[in-house]
Ligand binder design. Structure first.
Ligand code: ADP
Length: 256
């Protein structure tokens, strides 16, 4: 849980970092673009030409440093899948969620008996639930309830999701809900309706990426005035599936 709040902080930092990078990048592109149009002029003296090229080279070099910084950041968060029992982890996590949410919000957790084990990166799952909790808090300025439930479910194939056994995690709040136009864009990176400095627009994309990489799925049901429910399904961990994945991982390591 401590690791999760550290990662959540890192995500917020990523938001600021990428925002800053995007801004710096467009300045550098500006330099290169005006360089290109200067060089396209027929009567440029050679000294002037050399100066313009020098400026463009410096801009390219800065841009390279910027992307390097982003890549270094991205590499800090590898997925480390484990097989584990969510029912055992949720109590510790709900403590963290309660302290994140503050006094005005009730946190309820409920896991079905005999919940199947899942296979995913537990820290990324915690980060995802923390992101959803922060969104729920922001949607309930006058307080309310956040309910996290987990149950076993069998799902048919649909879209990219394979048919099979899944653990369904629902995160429901009693907040303001989302109008259709917001719901439609909710998973878009950097999409936020929050004030500058409050929202990064990276919370739901993290949840989406986590679910996708874990071979699960995420969906949102939301209506203004009626609250929001985020549904995450994660594949049931089976020994056969774990063995197949290990073989695949070994093969891809061998291929590198
Ligand atoms: P951020 O929270 O930084 O804005 P997210 O990607 O987590 O970024 O969310 C994107 C947008 O989706 C939010 O700005 C908000 O408008 C909407 N949203 C997300 N979760 C909820 C929720 N539980 N209730 C109402 N609106 C939400």
């Amino acid at each position: 849980a401590e690791e999760a709040s550290r990662q959540a902080e890192k995500l917020a930092a990523l938001g600021q970092l990428t925002g800053g990078v995007a801004h710096d990048f467009s300045n550098l592109l500006q330099v290169i673009a005006s360089g290109v149009s200067l060089l396209a002029r027929p009567k440029l003296t050679e000294t002037r030409q050399a100066k313009v090229i020098e400026g463009m080279q410096a801009a390219v070099e800065s841009a390279r440093t910027l992307t390097g910084r982003l890549l270094a950041f991205a590499r800090q968060q590898p997925l480390a899948p484990e097989t584990f029992d969510l029912a055992q982890r949720l109590p510790a996590l709900s403590g963290l969620l309660r302290s994140t949410l503050g006094a005005g919000i009730r946190v309820e957790t409920d896991t079905a008996p005999d919940l199947w084990p899942i296979r995913c990166d537990p820290t990324q799952l915690e980060v995802a639930l923390l992101n959803l909790a922060v969104n729920a808090r922001d949607a309930m300025p006058r307080g309310g309830t956040l309910a996290i439930r987990a149950s076993n479910t069998r799902l048919p194939a649909e879209g990219e999701r394979a048919a099979g056994d899944y653990v369904l995690i629902t995160v429901r709040d009693t907040g303001e809900g989302m109008p259709p136009a917001v719901l439609a864009r909710a998973f878009e990176p950097f999409f936020t309706t929050k004030e500058v400095g409050k929202g990064t627009g990276l919370g739901l994309p993290q949840v989406f990426g986590f679910a996708r990489q874990s071979e699960g799925e995420v969906r949102i049901e939301s209506e203004p005035g009626r609250g929001t429910t985020v549904l995450i399904c994660l594949p049931r961990a089976t020994e056969a599936a774990a063995a197949a994945r290990d073989r695949q991982a070994a093969a891809s390591r061998g291929a590198v």
